[in-house]
Design a protein. Structure first.
Length: 178
């Protein structure tokens, strides 16, 4: 299996099959990352396609990145941030007043406790500030600290301190609620 760098060079030489291989290799995790920024499937798919179009248009720009994966995530992150800024400028607010679903009936047992813990964790993740949420999302996508530092354009020490803050904050919030 050729490396990302070998596939990138092949793509830059005009081999479209290399693009297909890169798309297949990175699409799933990249889409998961984008979905955390844009819960709507249509928006997330648009950003995913724009990210891979950027690879076709400016693949040579990926040569200087620590890895092609880091470059793709950085492009996707920037596209997500641009969409959020555009919506704010246009005055389109994201729906924050979603109706609350009625609570499901409670049944004793371990499965219920596990679902409650998981719900608490997801709620705590949703309340993370943007800088900590991005670190969490990138780590959950399987990125190394070096790649995360490249995507976020921050020093690796900052990535480590933010990751520490994420773990501490999530642990504290989940334990407080239990």
């Amino acid at each position: 299996m050729p490396s990302d760098e070998a596939l990138l060079e092949s793509l830059l030489a005009g081999d479209v099959r290399s693009f297909d291989a890169l798309y297949a290799r990175h699409e799933r995790r990249l889409f998961g990352f984008i979905r955390r920024h844009h819960p709507g499937i249509e928006d997330a798919e648009d950003v995913l396609h724009e990210t891979f179009l950027a690879l076709l248009r400016d693949g040579a720009g990926a040569r200087g990145a620590p890895s092609l994966r880091a470059w793709l995530f950085q492009v996707a992150r920037n596209l997500c941030l641009n969409r959020h800024r555009s919506r704010r400028r246009a005055g389109q607010a994201l729906a924050a007043d979603a109706p609350v679903a009625p609570a499901a009936p409670s049944f004793p047992g371990q499965a219920l406790e596990e679902r409650q813990r998981l719900a608490l964790l997801h709620a705590a993740i949703a309340r993370l500030p943007v800088d900590l949420a991005e670190v969490y999302q990138l780590r959950a996508s399987g990125m190394s600290y070096d790649e995360m530092a490249s995507v976020l354009a921050i020093p690796i020490g900052t990535v480590k301190s933010r990751m520490h803050a994420v773990v501490h904050r999530l642990r504290e919030e989940v334990h407080r609620e239990l």
